[in-house]
Every structure is written in C-alpha cells, then in structure tokens.
Design a protein around this ligand. Structure first.
Ligand code: ADP
Ligand code: MG
Length: 240
C-alpha cells in the first residue's frame, strides 16, 4: 500500500531521515518505535507530504506522491492522521468535527454524513457526545473523536503519531481499545508509539528507528525478545 524509497529529510543542516526504505502492506499494523528526536514524526508526516521529503520517493497505492501530476489533496483523503494533541476543531461540535471533511471534501450530503458520523461515534463509544464541544471532553474522549473523524473519510490507512502520549494514564486504555478494534477489523495502520504493550500485542511488524535510519525491523517477538542490533538492545533495555 505504501512504500518509501531511500527517503531522506533534512531541516537545514540537520539530516533527520537518512534513507528510509519502508513498506506497509494492506491490512498490516506497523508500529514504529525509537528515541525522542529520531525522526518518527517526520517520517510519518512525509508519508502524506505534511513534510516534503528532501530526496527519495513515497509511493501510495502505486502513485508517486512526488510526481508533478499527483493530486496530493486527493491522496490525503485516503490517509487518515491521528495526532498526539487531537487537533479537533474547537469551535465545532463533535458531530460537526466528523462531518465537515466528508461534506466539504467529498461532497457528501448532510444527512448521509451525519448518519455515518453517528455510527462512528457509536463505534468509539461516544454516541452521546455528538452535540458536545471538544473542550468539554476528556483527553481520551477527544482522541476517540479524532479517530472517528479520521475514519469518517473512509481512509485506506490510518497514521497515528503517539496517540496516547498526551493522555492521563487512566485514559490510555480506552484509546488503545479502539485502535485494537480497528486493527482486528483489518485496517491498515502505521502507529508511532511508546506503548510497548500495544506493539507487542497488536503489531504485525515493529520498526526501530534511531540516528536517521531503520536500525531493525521484525515481528514483535523477534524485535523485543531477540534484538540483533546493539542500538536496539540499548533502547529496549531502557524502555522495557
Ligand atoms: P520524533 O518524532 O522521533 O521525536 P521528530 O521527527 O519530531 O522526532 O524530529 C526529528 C528531528 O527533526 C528533531 O531534531 C527535530 O528538532 C527536527 N525537526 C522536526 N520537525 C522540524 C521542523 N519543522 N523544522 C526544523 N526541525 C525539525
Ligand atoms: Mg514525534
């Protein structure tokens, strides 16, 4: 579904990504771990061109995102993104947060988009919050709304950038539960996270990034129980 070819990204002198070859299969849950500042967010943002790669390419469903003729806005509708800080529209109700893009980007009829939104809110356990404003919600509820909002566009893949890092500990589980449900339904997911439990249980593959490259990748079992690269071993010793 996605592959990157020798993807690099520098900010001025700071070479953050130094040649990333990554493949995401349809239906796969790919978890990306690594120390803070290792370029995990930058990589995720390059996948939908929120950051422009310095060199290399990103190919999504057979289309090069960097080709001149590619309509990146159209591609982005197929790639949902969930951020650490939710990024909900504060002046819109929960329901409106879910319907605004389907209506204005996809041209969905109001009633269709609302019915869809209510189904998705039920799915994330928030059907009673349709009329609420984001400010009145807990962090865990906000993040579940953000996931429902991403789903409202019927994306082919969901990109999660540390979706539970801004949450109080007691709210992490409710968000991971929703993600687990999506994973089991076969949603293609790329998840940057520090939740090693989620990675162990839900990932088909885990990638360890550090120093601008993919140091090691493998099944959760292989990576966590038998890491081959010293850099991975050192990192896991600190976080496990
Ligand atoms: P991670 O998500 O793994 O913590 P990031 O991708 O956020 O890492 O950041 C990797 C490096 O890129 C850091 O050194 C960070 O300061 C730098 N960086 C990220 N975004 C920008 C930006 N927009 N401008 C300049 N430097 C950036
Ligand atoms: Mg980050």
């Amino acid at each position: 579904m996605i592959h990157t070819k020798q993807l690099t990204k520098s900010f001025g002198e700071n070479a953050v990504l130094k040649g990333i070859d990554l493949t995401v299969q349809q239906g796969e849950v790919l978890v990306i771990i690594g120390p803070s500042g290792s370029g995990k967010s930058t990589l995720l943002r390059c996948l939908n061109l929120l950051e422009t790669p310095t060199s290399g390419d990103v190919v999504f469903e057979g289309t090069s995102l960097l080709a001149k003729e590619t309509n990146i806005d159209k591609i982005r509708t197929k790639m949902g993104m969930v951020f650490q800080n939710f990024n909900l529209f504060p002046h819109l109700t929960v329901l409106e947060n879910l319907t605004i893009s389907p209506r204005h980007v996809k041209g969905e009829a109001v009633d269709v988009s609302q019915q869809n939104a209510l189904k998705l809110l039920t799915k994330v356990g928030l059907e009673n919050k349709a009329a609420a404003y984001p400010n009145s919600l807990s962090g865990g509820q906000k993040q579940r709304v953000a996931i429902a909002r991403a789903l409202a566009m019927e994306p082919d893949v969901l990109l999660f950038d540390e979706p539970t890092s801004a949450l109080d500990p007691e709210m992490v589980g409710e968000v991971l539960d929703v993600m687990q449900t999506l994973a089991k339904e076969g949603m293609t997911m790329v998840v940057v996270t520090h939740e090693m439990g989620f990675a162990k249980e839900m990932a088909d593959r885990v990638i360890f990034m550090a120093d601008g490259i993919i140091q090691e990748s493998g099944t959760p079992q292989a990576l966590f129980e038998n890491p081959q690269v010293k850099r991975t071993q050192e990192f896991l010793q600190k976080v496990l």
